[in-house]
Design a protein around this ligand. Structure first.
Ligand SMILES: C[S@@+](CC[C@H](N)C(=O)[O-])C[C@H]1O[C@@H](n2cnc3c(N)ncnc32)[C@H](O)[C@@H]1O
Length: 212
């Protein structure tokens, strides 16, 4: 039997994922509002990264808001190929959130939309420690995830064999892991799912700052 990592799985379905999700923000007013706030907060202060960018729809939206210093990073090469094809103005590259190929204090902002969702606690804590390390003082992180317990696994997606597990999180747990990494929480926003637009889970958006 074939053994697949989540990253290989994402590369395999990257084209179909991009086709389904690239314009998803059109139906998500809160996401657009919070991304505008993120863009305004970091504008003109350095590089902001769409981390775990997938096909790059968050980076694309931020660029359209005037945040032309945005970049994107993802571990799945197939996703980076899609992101680069879909918006050639933005630098996209392969990189691991658990070991970022970036110097300390390199970025002013990180928007990580549903990219911690494949981690369990230990890896999530490591990802937050890496985010904290690469953010400059007063840098801002915006993290989103599905609220709940347990996990959901897929072994088939768009007609292809995959092996991907999504973990749901408790909001206070994630806040505590971020604080343990050094972040100061600014805002925690929770919303109900948009019917017919997305998976029916409640969503969390955490704004957190690197205070030093
Ligand atoms: C649910 S998708 C979200 C993609 C995009 N941010 C969005 O909102 O549509 C999760 C993404 O995280 C990426 N990812 C998973 N583990 C990663 C890691 N260790 N480093 C970087 N990216 C990772 C996957 O390749 C995938 O593109």
């Amino acid at each position: 039997m074939e053994t697949l990592s989540a990253t290989e799985s994402y590369s395999r379905v990257a084209g179909e994922y991009a086709a389904e999700f690239y314009h998803e923000l059109d139906g998500k007013i809160l996401d657009r509002t919070l991304l505008k706030r993120f863009a305004e907060s970091v504008m003109g202060r350095g590089i902001a990264c769409d981390l775990g960018c997938g096909p790059g729809e968050i980076a694309h939206y931020l660029y359209e808001q005037g945040l032309t210093s945005v970049i994107g990073m993802d571990l799945a090469e197939g996703m980076i190929e899609q992101a680069s094809r879909l918006d050639a103005r933005i630098p996209f590259s392969v990189g691991d959130m658990l070991c970022l190929p970036v110097q300390n204090d390199a970025w002013v902002g990180i928007a990580a939309f549903y990219s911690i969702v494949h981690f369990q606690e230990e890896q999530a804590r490591k990802a937050f420690a890496e985010m904290y390390r690469v953010l400059q003082p007063d840098g801002l992180a915006l993290i989103t995830f599905h609220i709940g317990e347990g996990s959901v696994r897929r072994d088939e997606w768009y007609g292809q064999p995959v092996d991907i597990t999504w973990y749901l999180f408790d909001v206070d747990d994630v806040g505590a892991w971020m604080q343990a990494a050094g972040f100061e929480m600014e805002d925690v926003i929770i919303r109900h799912p948009y019917p017919g637009v997305e998976h029916p889970s409640r969503r969390a958006y955490l704004f957190a700052r690197k205070k030093v």
